[in-house]
Design a protein. Sequence first.
Length: 394
Amino acid sequence: MRKAFVLALTFIVLSALVFGGAWLWMRRPWRVVATVNGVSLAARELDLRAEAYGGDRREMARAWIAKEILLGEAVQRNVSLTEEDERDVKGVLAAWFVSQGTTIDRFFAESPLPEDAMRQDFKEGLLIHALVKDGLSNASFPDFYHSLREKALVECPEFPELESPDAGVPLYVGLWGWYPARVSVAAAGQVVTSAELSLRVRNAQDDLKRRGLQLPSLPVLRRHEAQVWIFKAVMRAEALRNGVPVTPDDERKERARMVNSLKPHRLTVERFFKEGVLPESLKQEDFRSNIRVNKLLARVVDDKINVSMPEIEARMAELRRRADDEAARGLKPTTRCDRKTAINQLRMERHNRGCRALFRSLFGSARVWSPEFPEMEQVDGVSLPFPGGKEPAR
C-alpha cells in the first residue's frame, strides 16, 4: 500500500514537473517575441512595457517594431531635436500630467520598468517625433512609415502577421504607443498628440464655464477642437509659404485687440498667457499663428471682396422685411436694417465662402492624417470650425 502511494506521489510530482516545465517553456520570459534588423524584443520586456504604457501585447509588439524602424532611421539621418521642439513636447506632456494630478517624474519613478529605461524611452520618443515631423513635410505618415517598413527586416514569431509590411500603421509617435503620445491629427507637417488635444479641450471647457455657457458633450468638443487645429495648421502652412511675417507691431495691435475680446472671458492679456491648462509656449505659438493666418486671409480673401450697391439695397430690403415681421408678431426687435449691417453681412458671407474655398484648395497638399478622426482625412470631413474663419481669442 505504501509502495503504491509512493509511486502515485512520484507520478504526480513528475507530471507536475513535466507540465510545469512545458508551461514555463511556452511562456519563457527570455523568448524572442520580435526582431527588427537584428535587434530583439524579449517576452519579459514586452510584458513590462505593456504594463507600463497600457495596451495588449500584440499592439505593443507592433509599437516596438515601429519604434525600432523609426529610431533606426532617425539615427541614420542624424536627426537632432531643437531646444524649442524639446521644450514644447515636454511642456505639453508636463501640462497633461498636471491635469491628471501627477507629474512626469512620478510617471517615470512609479513605472514597472526601471526609471532609467523610462527616461531612455522618452529621449528616443523625442528623436522619433522630430523625424516624423520632418517626414510629414513630404508625405503622409502612413506613406512615410510604409516606405521605411518595406526596407526593414522584421521577424515576429509570436505575432507572425506583423511581419508583413502591410500589417498596418501603429498609433505611434513616441513612448511605445502610450495613449497620450499617440497622434490624434497630423497636417501640413505638424502633429497634435492626444495629450495636446485633451489640453485644448480642457481649455475650451474652462473658457465656456467662465463665460457661463453650456458645455457640449466631450466627443463633440474634442471633434471641434480637432477641426480648429486642422484649419489653422493648413492656413498657417500656406501663410509661411507666402512669406507672411509677424512683426512686433502686429503683436502689439493683436494684444490691444485681445483686451476687448477677453472681457467676456474675465481675463487680462497677461493672465490669458500665464493661466490655464495650456503651456504658455503653446499659447504664444497659437497667438502668432492667428496673426499670420488672419493676415493671409486679409490678403487672399478680404481684399478681393466687392459688394455692389444693388446687393446692399437688396440686403437692406430683406433685413427690413425681417424687422417688420418681428414687429408684427410683437417680438422684441433684434434685426438691424441699416446700410452698415447689410455691408457687414455681405462681406462676412463672402469671407466665409472665400475661406472655405481656400481651405479646400489647400487641403490635398496638407496630407492630413488622423487615426482618431479618420473621416477628417477627406476635405468633406472638415467644416470651418468657427464663424467667419476667425477664432476668438481664449
